[in-house]
Design a protein around this ligand. Sequence first.
Ligand code: SF4
Ligand code: SF4
Ligand code: SF4
Ligand code: F3S
Length: 404
Amino acid sequence: MTLVHNWHLGRRMEYPYFESRPKKQFAAIFNINRCIACQTCTMACKSAWTYNKGQEYMWWNNVETKPYGGYPQSWDVKTLKLIDNGENTWYTDEKDEKLSPYGVYEGDTIFEASAKKNLNQWAVGYIPEDKEWRAPNFGEDVAKSNNKPDEYSSLPEHSRWFFYIQRLCNHCTYPGCLAACPRKAIYKRKEDGIVLIDQKRCRGYRKCVEQCPYKKPMYRGLTRVSEKCIACYPRIEGKDPLTKGRPMETRCMSACVGQIRLQGFLDDNPKNPVTWLIRHHKVALPLYPQFGTEPNIYYIPPRWAPRSYLRQMFGPGVDEAVEKFMVPSRELLAVMSLFRMTQTIVFEYKIEEGPKVFETVIHGKKFEMFNDTVIGFGEDGQEIVRTTVEEPLYIRDPKHYNSI
Ligand code: SF4
Ligand code: SF4
Ligand code: SF4
Ligand code: F3S
């Protein structure tokens, strides 16, 4: 074991390999508030990568309903139990913007829990039973009711609630799957941090299935090797002719009907929209940071779900993130306008100021909307997209009025 820094946890932790971060890390942001669970993302992945024999149960991208849904069933509750040492708390009195932006996690990660229990494996985990994989959308749209159903919790929280969570491999900075594999068949690419299973090296040991806390490697009985999300790497490498050599968003990201997804790279540029939303504005948060793998898919939490539930899922940054999302700043509104405006990956943004078009009060706070223009630039610095905060209005030509 070596000691590595995990900024989600605000501290160092034990991991079998040295800390090694790519210059730019594959990352994405999902705005849970907007997802309609249409599963277009799910089918976009399925039809590209997992339509063959032996892959029937593989949903590398899935969208499940919380709190009751999960694929495989109860994956998160089961893993949370494995790391529970009775004191899985966060110390939030002192924070450091770079090293511990959410505070310090005082509980055990999947790696530390295993060491404490002398399990003789790198991380705690379990292999789901076949029956847990059989219903990909178990619990869909089932609402949870708070104890006092007649009373609304204080708005924006609702007394009856559920929300959708979009899941794929997190291409973690400290992957549990990679740590677990005795064959060293899993590797993390230096150029973009994508985590891949080498299909030739894999011998089907399934330690990755066991020790990925998000349950995203999946075993294929027909070939006797495991497979997982490959981050659509040919698109990321700019091999798709559509973007003329520029890095392109993955299938599940670019297909999103609800326009809830923005994919890109986490880097050191504060004007990279992904980096700004995650590291600077802190409106997008990691899923179960306490697992300790430093996942790289981030979520804008749903404003109507109980905060206590959200805190155990996204960590102590929830309150700040929800407040910021509910009454968005001028910059946040502009950056969020970039979601799903282009398939080409945006590396930097610029905002040109426009006039004030609206103002109101939201939950006691003044909100002003400006019709700013946001411009996105590609990896080569060329402009690839330009849009405004106010959606453009198109008026149909009178000659087409009754054309349908
Ligand atoms: Fe590995 Fe799981 Fe992290 Fe993906 S989510 S990199 S499969 S540990
Ligand atoms: Fe599937 Fe590509 Fe999305 Fe991964 S990034 S879940 S491979 S569509
Ligand atoms: Fe949600 Fe977008 Fe997937 Fe539809 S395509 S389920 S809106 S993430
Ligand atoms: Fe390793 Fe998982 Fe294959 S543990 S050998 S990558 S099934």
